[in-house]
Structure formats: C-alpha cells, structure tokens
Design a protein around this ligand. Structure first.
Ligand code: SF4
Length: 361
C-alpha cells in the first residue's frame, strides 16, 4: 500500500526531529565554519559534465588559466584576510603540465607555509596520474610531501554507473573514485565526502551512497565531513535538454541533510550545509535538520554562480556569527580537519540549555 500524503508528511517531520536530536547529541549546539578562500585556477575543461555551467572549451572568449605563482598570490592575499585554508580545484585542460598540481602546492607553501591546502578532486588526481604516469599511491604521496593537506571528496555526484552515464560520460568511474579516496586515506590524507542531489537520481541512490561512505569510513576513518550538494540547474545543459528535474525541492533539501545525520551517526559526525547552493536562510533550516557546519567563507565562488546560484561569493565570519546566533546556536571557527575549534561568542551570551522535565516528578 502506498503511504498517504499525510503519512509521508509525518514521516518527514519524524526524520527531521530525530536528525536534530542526533545532531544535538553528537555535535552539540556549536555551528562551525572555516575561514577559507576558493581558488578555481582554470575554467578550461575537456570533461563536459552536463550539470556544469562553469567549464569552457579552450577557444571560448572568456577562458582563464592561473599559473602557480598567481595561485600563490591569491593564497597570500587570503592569509592576510585571516584565511586558514585555500580550497583549490579547477577544470581539466588538455595538455596540462604533468606536474602543474605539484607546482601549485610548492608555490602556495613557499608563499604561505602555514596555510592548509585543501585541493584536487579525485577527478584531478586521476588526471594527474595519467599525465605523470606515476602509480596512484606514489602520486598522492608526492602531493602530500609537497604540502597537500586534505582533498575534497567532490567529483562523486552520484556514484552509480547509470546516473553517471546521463550526467557525465567522461568522468571518473565510481570504482576510480573509491580507489582514489581509499588510497588517499591510507596515505594519511583525509578527505571530505559529497553527494549531488536534485537531478535524475532517486532516494535509493542517496541511501546507497551514504551506506558506501559509512563502509569506507569504517575501514579508513579518513572522512572529515559529509556535504550534500544541491543541483543548481538554471544554466546547465542537463536541465536545458530536459534530462533532469529543476533542482531539489525544499523537502529534498531537508531530507538529505536529516538522512545523512541519521545514517552517518557515529561514522561521519560533521554534516555541512553548502550555503552557496542553498542560500543563507535555507542553510539555517538545514542546520535545524541535522547539520552542524556552515562550510567556508569562500571569498570567491564561481562554480555555483555560473550555474545560476544567487547566494554570492563571500560570507564574512561576522555574518556567519549572526546567522548562527539567529537560530540559537553558538558560532565557532574551526580548522579544516575540525581538530581546532574556537568559540566566537562571549560566555554570557550562550543560549541557556533547555531545562529537562523531571521524569518521575
Ligand atoms: S564539473 Fe569539473 S570536470 Fe566536470 S566539466 Fe565542470 S570543471 Fe570539468
């Protein structure tokens, strides 16, 4: 028997309440954020993902490419503005210098030795391996030895062959994604984990991906966080060709954050909202549906903006503080791996813990 609409509404409500309660138990009332800068070093890319409005062919009029020195200059600027992390990813141009990714790390570390470098998606790692001819493990260790701190677990979208065939036939396979992630973790480099929702996938894909992430985490312990990424559809071929739905519904946004909290409880305890995709208000709602991290200040953001997102490119720490305090929680700045957390609120302003009713009064 199919559940009635009313029953489904109650199910959603129960899921949200359970997720929020689990968040309170596992992450407390603190909402963290990281002061970082996004650096997308080029928009030239041959991969051709249909959900991406950021990439350009090499002969288009508005292409750009930053050399390692220019990336380092941006990192130095970010350091001056208080950033502790740079997040570096970009398109994949043909004929890239085989050691370009390594040279970016060297240049950034040379300019700002204490900056944490969070860089290179599994797709970029596979490309770097192809360009250099090095074994995957050796390649990852070379990057680590040249300053790579952590890797984004992006390029995952939905780790299912059929979905990937529609989204991006040239992208790395689910097996390659898992191999890069597992190898990075066993080399001592931690990663984030992601899932893109609201396009052609079904809830079954969400559940399968969360189960997979939980399985990898139980083997390696290498994931720092999980970030659901809502599909921004407006300017993408995937939507314009009628192949996808127009991004996630409000219920889907809430459900994926809550489901992730429930399914990853005790495994990956940091669930991040992507404010750039959700916008700030919806992010606040998702923080009440299981999430505990606001992500990064970003300083510059290109990928979601090109696809049609309107949340802007930068959220200042002060803005994070007031957004977090508006929902009665405690703002705290963290580092990339959540190993250092600094509360950003005077003690007397802490929200009072709700008094528990005595059970056997
Ligand atoms: S998502 Fe990344 S790999 Fe795919 S087309 Fe865009 S820039 Fe290229």
């Amino acid at each position: 028997m199919r559940p009635s609409g009313k029953c489904r509404r109650y199910d959603l409500l129960a899921l949200l309440v359970a997720a929020n309660e689990l968040r309170r138990e596992l992450a407390g009332n603190i909402v963290t954020y990281v002061v970082n800068r996004n650096i997308n070093f080029t928009n030239i890319c041959f991969v051709g993902c249909k959900f991406c409005a950021f990439s350009r062919g090499p002969r288009e009029h508005d292409t750009y490419f930053l050399d390692p020195r220019q990336v380092a200059d941006k990192a130095a600027e970010a350091w001056e503005l208080g950033a502790t992390e740079v997040c570096i990813q970009g398109g994949l141009p043909r004929g890239l210098d085989p050691f370009y990714y390594r040279d970016i790390l060297r240049a950034v570390k040379n300019a700002v030795p204490a900056m944490h470098i969070h860089a290179f998606s599994p797709m970029e790692i596979v490309y770097g391996v192809e360009l250099t001819g090095m074994p995957l493990r050796d390649y990852l260790m070379m990057l680590r030895d040249n300053g790579l701190g952590t890797l984004p677990g992006t390029a995952a979208e939905i780790l299912d062959d059929d979905v990937r065939y529609v989204l991006s036939r040239n992208k790395l396979s689910p097996e390659q994604w898992k191999e890069v992630i597992r190898t990075a973790h066993t080399c001592g480099s931690r990663t984030t984990s992601t899932l893109m929702y609201g396009h052609v996938e079904t809830p079954e894909h969400w559940v399968n991906q969360l189960l997979l992430l939980r399985e990898i985490q139980s083997e390696t312990g290498g994931f720092t966080e999980f970030v659901p990424l809502g599909f921004v559809h407006q300017n993408t071929l995937l939507f314009q060709q009628g192949l996808s739905r127009p991004g996630p519904t409000l219920a889907e946004h809430l459900k994926i954050h809550a489901l992730a909290r429930v399914m990853l409880a005790g495994s990956i305890n940091n669930i991040q909202v992507s404010w750039v995709k959700l916008n700030r208000k919806l992010s606040q709602l998702c923080l009440q549906a299981g999430a505990n991290d606001y992500g990064g200040t970003l300083m510059e953001e290109n990928i979601s903006r090109e696809a049609g997102a309107t949340a802007g490119q930068y959220t200042s720490p002060e803005e994070f503080h007031s957004l977090i305090r508006e929902i009665g929680r405690i703002p705290a700045e963290r580092n990339t791996t959540y190993s250092r957390i600094q509360i950003k609120m005077p003690f007397e302003c802490f929200p009072a813990e709700p008094l528990l009713e005595p059970e056997f009064a």
